[in-house]
Design a protein around this ligand. Structure first.
Ligand SMILES: Cc1cc2nc3c(=O)[nH]c(=O)nc-3n(C[C@H](O)[C@H](O)[C@H](O)COP(=O)(O)OP(=O)(O)OC[C@H]3O[C@@H](n4cnc5c(N)ncnc54)[C@H](O)[C@@H]3O)c2cc1C
Length: 752
């Protein structure tokens, strides 16, 4: 496998690449990603658009219900898998597909263009519009939602009810029957003996199976006291019952498993649909009439094969054909047809370590069948689980090093990619002195986040410039974060940012891609600026090696209202408004070593603007303020303490960390620029026990678009925190306090 030369931003911007967009991380797409990881295609740029990082492997859901598995065992984290396949990730839901303009419309951001695209977005459930179903029942699709809701909705022994809990399973297909068996097993193991009734609209359970298999299932149900009611169509669900046309069946929980329905993505689509609303595809898995668009799994209906059930096993089997055909289509080569198998070994979980195997109309039940199912499913999962729950490399998945990637060659972007503080100071010191300019209130002789000048009529203008190399491969996100980050400097000074100029360096690529990259960057910039009331009034564009985005922001203020970095006084509390750790999480993401949930949390933090925090800092008479960025918490706090001629104590346990950051430090990961920031260590008092402790390392982690750090008097502490949390800065914390300069000269002491 070829090694990425430097960072994601660079390697994904090859001019001649075919843009392949995968929507959804369903059973087929994870196989496509893995196959591209094993055999990379330099000419194809893959983008994964997915509404949430973790997808669920359906084959293990019944085992989860039975209590045999933990949720994490059946989750496939699409983000590290995509990163290992060198794919871009967009963590947002697709809301429409335009097959003519070849665009995937994505929630809350500009559409993504494609040359070739594929949809594997699963299904939802039929009948959700029946009265009360949405409000009271537990629907089994989308399967992810079901998994999330399950343990919250199950009756427990502590509920205090005297009679056994009544559970109605609505739908008697394979999923419904498996649920009846496995729910019972789960509840029995928890000391609850439920009364389960399966309600079946037709005459027989499991209509897609032979009558022999159905009879075995009935017998197993009878042995377990599970009641099956046929010709019992549920027309509504109430809080404590399901309603039939001529009866009412009391229940404490109604599980709704009435068969697949198309996802909302296809509600107003121009795509060809079958009678039930699923996307029609050819046997090659190409959408009928659109050769560059593919659809697979539950969301698709293959012409000529109306009998294919909406089952994960088909989505799995379509995976290899889809991969071959996507690669072939991108390369202009002929495609092959998918030939679905009518009969395969169906393994249905019964709970209590038992399963039924059914094939060719025959069936066999017992613990041997369960062991076989468990073995097959676990083996399948090892192919896609890149990281363990704790974030370590999964033992059965090739590490980046084994794949030939050299993590040391991946250079971080974002605010981390800043020239260190001392080279800058030294370079500035070598410049000739400039004549004094009385209009400059804050300038190079008194470095701060923004320069402040006073115009002849007394107006106060703040100016700042902030720019960075892309920290990820999504130009929209890079633009948005660059704007949030640049505005922070003016906000931290108590100013109102008003106008912006953008500087964008776009990687050299063909003109069509250049326009698209530029559009995505500027659309991201605008989203952030518009929300802050800042007008984008101009800019400059260049082309070069990397994607690089910067903004000049000017703002206004009143003369006495500027918040410097030099006002800290003994006893002042130090307030930090965003968690630290973006540097290490982004570094790990580049290598496919960050869990999707961590990456998602980091991105959410990066796009959060500091306007509310700045307002609260002003309202509570903050004594000094800065925004935490590339030099890390230690560097920026050090700057404030030096300017204020003060020292401080920082309590590690109070410093908020992004999910995953501490465990990444614990396994030796860090941003490329971490060691540079670590030079600040020399000015700190750190007890031996905390030296190189993950929480200590967090203080040196370079932040991209970090939060504000400001001082307030102790009386304001509680009110400030309450206001920040109410405004949405939920991770805000008082992380330390200011004290008189220390005898040993240390800038601050790190306490546990
Ligand atoms: C209770 C139950 C048990 C089941 N047990 C089995 C079983 O044992 N064996 C079996 O073969 N089948 C089983 N099934 C059926 C199985 O769940 C589905 O057939 C299977 O999950 C479909 O796979 P898929 O790849 O089409 O989509 P999914 O696996 O559902 O994946 C869809 C992907 O698309 C993403 N997505 C959805 N909407 C969007 C959007 N708008 N934008 C971006 N991304 C989006 C999702 O997050 C997910 O990543 C069961 C179903 C249920 C309800």
């Amino acid at each position: 496998m070829s090694a990425p030369r430097t960072d994601l931003a660079r390697r994904t911007e090859r001019p001649d690449r075919v843009q392949l967009v995968l929507v959804g991380a369903g059973h087929a797409h994870v196989q496509v990603l893995r196959r591209f990881m094993m055999r990379p295609e330099p000419d194809i740029q893959i983008t994964l658009v997915v509404d949430r990082p973790e997808a669920v492997y359906s084959g293990m859901v019944p085992g989860l219900v039975a209590g045999e598995y933990e949720v994490r065992e059946l989750e496939i984290d699409g983000i590290p898998l995509a990163r290992r396949a060198q794919a871009r990730c967009i963590l947002a839901a697709a809301v429409d597909v335009d097959p003519v303009a070849r665009r995937i419309h994505v929630e809350g951001r500009p559409a993504v263009s494609y040359d070739v695209a594929s949809l594997d977005v699963g299904s939802t459930i039929r009948g959700l519009d029946r009265p009360g179903v949405y409000e009271h029942a537990l629907p089994t699709r989308p399967i992810r939602t079901f998994v999330d809701q399950l343990s919250l909705r199950l009756p427990s022994r502590d509920s205090g009810a005297e009679s056994p809990p009544l559970i109605a399973v609505v739908g008697a297909g394979a999923a419904g029957m498996e649920l009846a068996f496995t729910l019972r097993a789960r509840l029995l193991a928890a000391g609850v003996d439920p009364k389960i009734t399966v309600l079946c609209k037709g005459q027989e359970v499991m209509p897609r199976y032979t009558t022999r298999v159905a009879a075995v299932i009935r017998r197993e149900a009878e042995r377990r006291g599970i009641e099956i009611r046929t010709r019992a169509e549920v027309v509504a669900v109430e809080k404590d019952a399901v309603v039939l046309a001529d009866d009412r069946v009391p229940c404490d929980l109604a599980v709704w498993t009435t068969g697949a329905a198309p996802v909302p993505l296809f509600e107003n689509t121009a795509l060809p649909l079958d009678a039930a609303g699923f996307v029609r595809v050819e046997p090659t898995l190409q959408v009928v009439g659109y050769e560059d668009l593919f659809a697979v799994g539950d969301c698709a209906s293959i012409d000529g094969y109306p009998w294919i059930p909406k089952a994960g096993v088909y989505a799995v089997r379509e995976g290899p054909v889809l991969h071959d055909n996507l690669r072939a289509r991108c390369k202009g080569r002929p495609l092959r047809a998918y030939r679905p198998q009518r009969d395969f070994l169906a393994l249905l979980a019964l709970g209590e370590g038992q399963a039924i195997g059914a094939k060719w109309g025959m069936s066999l039940a017992g613990s041997g069948m369960w062991r076989l199912k468990d073995f097959i499913d676990r083996r399948f999962m090892t192919r896609f689980q890149v990281l363990t729950d704790a974030g370590d490399d999964a033992p059965d998945f090739p590490s980046p090093e084994e794949m030939g990637m050299d993590p040391d060659e991946m250079v971080c972007g974002g605010c981390a990619a800043k020239v260190g503080a001392s080279p800058l100071e030294h370079a500035l010191a070598r410049l000739p002195a400039r004549p004094a300019d009385p209009s400059v209130l804050v300038g190079l002789d008194r470095p701060d986040d923004a320069a402040v000048v006073e115009l002849p009529r007394g107006d106060i203008v703040l100016s700042t410039i902030d720019a960075f190399r892309a920290f990820t491969d999504d130009p929209w996100l890079v633009g948005r974060v660059a704007a949030v980050n640049a505005a922070s400097d003016v906000l931290a000074k108590g100013g109102r940012p008003r106008h912006a100029l953008a500087l964008v360096n776009v990687p050299e690529e063909d003109p069509r891609r250049t326009e698209e990259t530029l559009y995505q960057v500027l659309a991201g910039v605008r989203v952030a600026l518009d929300a802050l009331g800042i007008s984008l009034i101009g800019g400059h564009t260049t082309s070069g090696e990397d994607l690089y985005v910067g903004l000049v922001i000017t703002g206004e203020s009143e003369k006495g209202a500027i918040l410097g970095v030099d006002g800290l006084r003994p006893g002042h509390r130090l307030v930090l408004t965003k968690p630290l750790g973006s540097g290490v999480v982004l570094a790990a993401d580049m290598q496919g070593r960050a869990r999707g949930a961590w990456v998602n949390a980091a991105f959410e933090s990066l796009v959060r603007a500091n306007d509310a925090a700045a307002r609260i800092a002003r309202e509570h008479a903050a004594s000094a303020c800065t925004d935490v960025s590339g030099f890390g918490f230690a560097g920026h706090l050090g700057e404030m303490l030096r300017a204020s001629r003060m020292a401080a104590v920082v309590h590690l346990e109070r410093v908020p960390a992004l999910p995953g950051a501490l465990s990444l430090f614990a396994r030796g990961m860090q941003s490329t620029y971490h060691e540079q920031n670590r030079e600040a260590r020399r000015g700190l008092a750190i007890p031996d026990a905390l030296e190189r402790h993950p929480a200590t390392e967090l203080l040196f982690d370079p932040q991209t678009s970090g939060g504000l750090l400001f001082g307030v008097t102790p009386e304001r502490e509680d009110a400030v925190l309450a206001a920040l949390r109410e405004a949405g800065d939920v991770h805000s914390a008082v992380v330390g306090e200011v004290c008189e300069p220390r005898g040993d000269g240390a800038l601050f002491e790190v306490a546990p």
